[in-house]
Design a protein around this ligand. Structure first.
Ligand SMILES: [Zn+2]
Length: 172
């Protein structure tokens, strides 16, 4: 993909060998299923929110947000684990070749309105990231990895990633 979407995809690639990946399958409501949400932030999904946001309403992005919201509700109602990557950048650390986006304090770095409630949901592990690779961005200074720990802690065997619906980066 070679795009922002690769962040979450890279993380999921790493899981593929250990866990079945079901991008197109119906949601299997079985224990051991984890939901991974990638960059459902205003800066990428809310019309007019920033340099990498859609400039006009976009059906595919709307569908992705809708599907993500639906799945997140199902997961949280069942107390099942949700992991959310949020693209977040310091203003003095650009991410070439992309124009400034998701700068801390701009609001672009926050969940889209439909998913704001996730911030306070105990089932959700949030990870702000400042690079396209969500897995790499999950490493702490001590070498531990928040994403790997999430997979291990909840014994995740299947990952659901609704961002496969997302084509927003094709315009970049
Ligand atoms: Zn970014």
């Amino acid at each position: 993909m070679g795009s922002e979407a690769g962040g979450g995809a890279a993380a999921i690639d790493l899981l593929r060998s250990a866990a079945p990946f079901l991008p197109d399958a119906d949601l299997l409501l079985t224990p051991g299923t984890g939901l991974v949400l990638v960059d459902l932030v205003n800066g990428f999904c809310t019309v007019g929110a920033g340099n990498l946001a859609p400039v006009t309403p976009n059906k595919q992005i709307e569908k992705m947000v809708e599907e993500s919201t639906r799945l997140a509700k199902v997961f949280c109602q069942r107390n099942w684990p949700v992991f959310a990557f949020l693209d977040t950048h310091h203003p003095d650390k650009p991410e070439p070749p992309f124009p400034p986006h998701c700068i801390i304090g701009s609001g672009e770095e926050n969940f889209v309105p439909a998913l704001e409630w996730l911030e306070n949901d105990p089932n959700v592990t949030m990870r702000r990231k400042d690079c396209i690779d969500g897995y790499l961005a999950s490493f702490e200074k001590d070498g531990s990895n928040v994403f790997s720990e999430w997979v291990a802690k909840f014994q995740i065997k299947t990952v659901r990633d609704p961002s496969y619906l997302n084509v927003r980066w094709k315009k970049v």
